[in-house]
Write a protein of this length. Structure first.
Length: 148
């Protein structure tokens, strides 16, 4: 049987580059992560996909980053209830002895809320932004390959 010999040009420099892969790739991927903020902000729009009633939910979005990670999230407390919905539940007064609102016939001790339908706006946002973010990371990967 014949021996086959394959020679890889610049093998030593390739080995060095692969040893330095974390040092080469980290800043490139970190830039892609930071650029994702602009993409997410671009897709965080009133009524598409973020529900809009008072504007507080839309205005509450923040971007937080660390080493090779990022978060885009709403800060209002009720965001989770809008996104995931609620089960039927009773509402009781907190400060007074009864509940009353304009149009009610009389004050009541409790109200049975029927619950709310989920509106998975975070999933919709991720789906809208994914193609642009994937493009950013493919460009980053190409740059890492060029550096190596």
């Amino acid at each position: 049987m014949a021996d086959i010999e394959i020679k890889i040009k610049n093998l030593n420099s390739l080995r060095r580059a692969l040893r330095n892969y974390p040092k080469i790739s980290e800043p490139i991927f970190q830039k892609a992560i930071m650029a994702s903020q602009a993409v997410l902000a671009k897709h965080t729009l009133k009524n598409d996909p973020i529900p809009y009633r008072t504007g507080f939910l839309l205005q509450s979005f923040r971007f937080s980053t660390g080493k090779l990670w990022a978060k885009w999230f709403p800060t209002v407390k009720y965001a989770i209830y809008v996104n995931e919905g609620t089960r039927p539940h009773a509402i009781f007064p907190k400060l007074k002895r009864a509940l009353y609102w304009e149009g009610a016939e009389h004050p009541v001790k409790k109200v049975n809320h029927p619950g709310t339908q989920p509106n998975p706006f975070m999933k919709k946002l991720a789906k809208k932004a994914a193609p642009d973010i994937n493009k950013l990371f493919l460009q980053a990967l190409d740059k890492v390959n060029q550096e190596i």
